[in-house]
Design a protein around this ligand. Structure first.
Ligand code: AMP
Ligand code: GLY
Length: 420
């Protein structure tokens, strides 16, 4: 198979690494890719949110299968455009991608599917939203309806914080994403992420993970895209996972199919768990980043077979071969992230890191300059390892982080603290 993978982050490096190990992969092109991906696959410059451009590229390069990594091309309808051209593609249609692209849409689907989630109100003007905040009181959660690169959620511990968030959103702090606002009941409990493949009809769980969204040790400081993750998530027991499938995932998928917009791709199910009950926090229509890195480390080459079966509607016959293992990824970020940070600092020591089925340094934001690897993003490297226990995976991942010579970067030293 000739495969095209869209994206440029650590998630895509991990996907490329897993796909490349599968003998069914003849040629792998990643667009646009990054300096780490370029070491294992061909990289191509391509406007990945332009469905016509992607379809033409597939035609020119005899691509058999397209895997879409990030949400933006999905929300822009790239999967629809590819399928219209008869191409096999892993990832939902623009209509189905609304499960991530619109928070109010997801709430409406949960209502129709009777899926447990936080109570909410949906507003298109500030005064009504503020009246709702005053009536409900704090803590309360204010969310921009649209895609806001993970920044459109304010968990307000006080009423005044929530009122300010409403004003910010309606005055354009999140651009068009904040033209509509969802206000939710604050849910307490422990968060975990559940990853499920869906082919429009059948669902297949492919792993659980927990990430660390705050930048600082002990889960303090501003929110980030994620500073580290581990899999499996011990809080998501088999019983809870089955409950989440029965009460949340399957009814959602059935509702999408009933509306004539079946969901095909990976569904990232963000859950809040309290007193043995999972409730939905959010859906994402793609793999998490950095959660994907730990899932790929555990799944390896079979990830390609699973995504391919999903795209072809063959999930009913697909099986996951589980090892009783654990994986951890630690994000190395540029000083200053998630605020302003410098680009262009040189990273050394990467050539000496082991690259095995137990440890890999995935690149998230790097480029090559004059033969050196330089940082070109906020989250830059994801040192990722697997072991018989989480402790073993942790020790391997942190040994890699210490071996990287990059004075302008930092990482959290407590990834996995809840589970360890
Ligand atoms: P989201 O982008 O919807 O996942 O929200 C980002 C983060 O905000 C989540 O991972 C949670 O930690 C938190 N969050 C979102 N909604 C709620 C809620 N209703 N109750 C408590 N925390 C929430
Ligand atoms: N790590 C969180 C996300 O990918 O949305």
């Amino acid at each position: 198979m000739n495969i095209l993978l869209l994206g440029s982050g650590g998630r895509e490096h991990a996907l490329a690494w897993a796909v490349k190990q599968n003998p069914k992969c003849d040629r792998l092109i990643v667009a646009p890719g990054n300096a780490g991906i370029a070491q294992i696959a061909e990289c191509a410059a391509l406007e990945i949110e332009n469905g016509g451009a992607v379809a033409a590229f597939c035609d020119e390069n005899a691509i058999d299968f397209v895997i879409i990594g990030p949400e933006a091309p999905l929300a822009a309808g790239v999967a629809d455009r590819l399928r219209d051209s008869g191409l096999l593609c892993f990832g939902p249609s623009a209509e189905a991608a609304r499960l991530e692209a619109s928070k109010s849409f997801t709430k409406e689907i949960c209502d129709a599917a009777n899926a447990p989630t936080a109570g909410y109100g949906h507003f298109t003007d500030a005064e009504a939203a503020k009246a709702y905040v005053r009536a409900e009181g704090a803590p309360i959660v204010v969310k921009a309806d649209g895609l806001a690169a993970g920044k459109g959620v304010i968990v307000a511990m006080t009423e005044s914080e929530a009122l300010a968030a409403v004003d910010d959103m309606f005055s354009g702090a999140f651009g068009g994403a904040g033209a509509e606002v969802v206000i939710e009941e604050f849910m307490e409990g422990e968060e975990a992420s559940f990853f499920v493949l869906c082919d429009g009809e059948d669902v297949l769980p492919i792993g659980t993970a927990q990430d660390h969204k705050r930048v600082g040790e002990g889960d303090t400081g501003p929110n980030t895209g994620g500073m580290g993750a581990y899999s499996p998530a011990p809080v998501l027991t088999d019983t809870l996972a089955e409950k989440a499938l029965a009460e949340i995932v399957r009814p959602t998928m059935a509702e999408m199919a009933k509306r004539g917009t079946p969901y095909q791709g990976v569904l990232y199910v963000g859950l809040m768990i309290q007193d043995g009950q999972p409730r939905l926090v959010e859906y994402n229509v793609r793999f998490g980043d950095p959660e994907c890195q730990v899932l790929m480390m555990r799944l390896g080459a079979q990830a390609l077979d699973l995504m391919h079966a999903c795209a072809e509607g063959r999930l009913a016959e697909a099986r996951v071969n589980w090892a009783e293992d654990h994986a951890m990824t630690v994000v190395m970020a540029a000083d200053g992230y998630p605020g302003a940070y410098q680009k262009g600092s040189v990273i050394k020591g990467l050539d000496d890191l082991a690259e095995t089925s137990f440890e890999m340094c995935f690149h998230a934001g790097t480029s090559e300059k004059d033969g050196c690897i330089v940082a070109s993003g906020g989250r830059v490297l994801n040192v990722t390892a697997r072991g018989a226990s989480l402790q073993e995976a942790r020790d391997r991942a942190y040994a890699m982080a210490e071996a990287v010579d990059w004075p302008e970067g930092f990482y959290r030293s407590d990834i996995g603290w809840r589970a360890l």
